[in-house]
Design a protein around this ligand. Structure first.
Ligand code: ATP
Ligand code: BTN
Length: 254
């Protein structure tokens, strides 16, 4: 039937009408030692178990949005994978700027915002040893046209491309996003964040604002200065700068 036609595979692209989570799909293949080609893309029209960080739910209604995962095999090991989220944020920035002239801002480590409303989120998951090859699953959830009642399920401000006045062709969006992502990942492989961190700092959503940073165990306050070359977040506290690393940290505006 028509619904089934939404599933299929062309080259490295796989489309699903419905899936638990595009990230989980790729992570499970890696865990069960299936061969996955670097550059494989999985997209779905809906997710039954869309995930954000720390087990949080990513609302994934049918047909409304982009649910996208990209598998990338990185040779250099986990050390080099630390700043990938930053590179991916810039790829989403590039894509939305090229297609729609949009100027999004980036919230460390993984949110894409417009006027402090969440338009997209990035979830990078790793499978690998500290030394040796590292398998990365790069998940991107991008809101295109959320249903009217979406706010009942989302406990923070959000936005989508339609409400921003954009006319979206999902195929073009997927193609452009993949192009921008591959450009940024290639740049990352060659030079890490050595050029990208300054670009990121120009679009930092919280630049020079007072923020709280929560590590799970402890909360800190400071002025958000930006990120360093490893992708760590720099806060100014009592005139001193301190850098915070790690994927499980949350930042909020005071
Ligand atoms: P932080 O990333 O700073 O820790 P966060 O609240 O953005 O904080 P994430 O795990 O990154 O946490 O994202 C999950 C959160 O995003 C959910 O708890 C919900 O508030 C929000 N959310 C869920 N689905 C969507 C969606 N489709 N669009 C926008 N926001 C969503
Ligand atoms: C976040 O802001 O916490 C990240 C949200 C990431 C959502 C995307 S949608 C495609 C991929 N599959 C998932 O289950 N999560 C990511």
């Amino acid at each position: 039937n028509e619904y089934q036609k939404l599933s299929g595979q062309i080259g490295n692209f796989e489309t699903f009408a419905s899936i638990n989570s595009t990230n989980t799909e790729l992570m499970q293949r890696l865990a069960s030692k299936q061969v996955v080609t670097s550059g494989t893309v999985v997209v779905a029209e809906m997710q039954n178990a869309g995930r954000g960080r720390r087990g949080r739910v990513w609302q994934s209604p049918f047909g409304a949005n982009l649910y996208y995962s990209y598998y990338w095999l990185l040779d250099d090991g986990l050390q080099a994978a630390m700043g990938v989220s930053v590179a991916v944020g810039l790829a989403v920035f590039d894509c939305l700027h090229t297609l729609y002239g949009l100027q999004v801002s980036l919230k460390w480590p993984n949110d894409i915002l417009v006027n402090n409303q969440k338009l997209a989120g990035v979830l990078v998951e790793l499978d690998g040893q500290p030394e040796g090859p590292c398998h990365l699953v790069i998940g991107i959830g991008l809101n295109i046209a959320m249903p009217e009642n979406a706010s009942e399920h989302i406990d923070q401000a959000w936005i989508d491309l339609k409400r921003l006045g954009m006319q979206v062709d999902k195929n073009v969006l997927i193609a452009q996003l993949t192009y921008c992502l591959e450009q940024r990942l290639a740049q990352y492989q060659v030079s890490g964040l050595s050029d990208m961190y300054q670009e990121w700092n120009k679009v930092n959503a919280f630049a020079e604002q007072l923020v709280t940073l929560n590590t799970g165990q402890k909360t800190w306050q400071g002025i958000c200065v930006g990120i360093d070359q490893q992708g760590g977040l720099i806060l100014r506290q009592d005139g001193n700068e301190k850098t915070y690393y790690g994927g499980e940290i949350s930042v909020r505006k005071v």
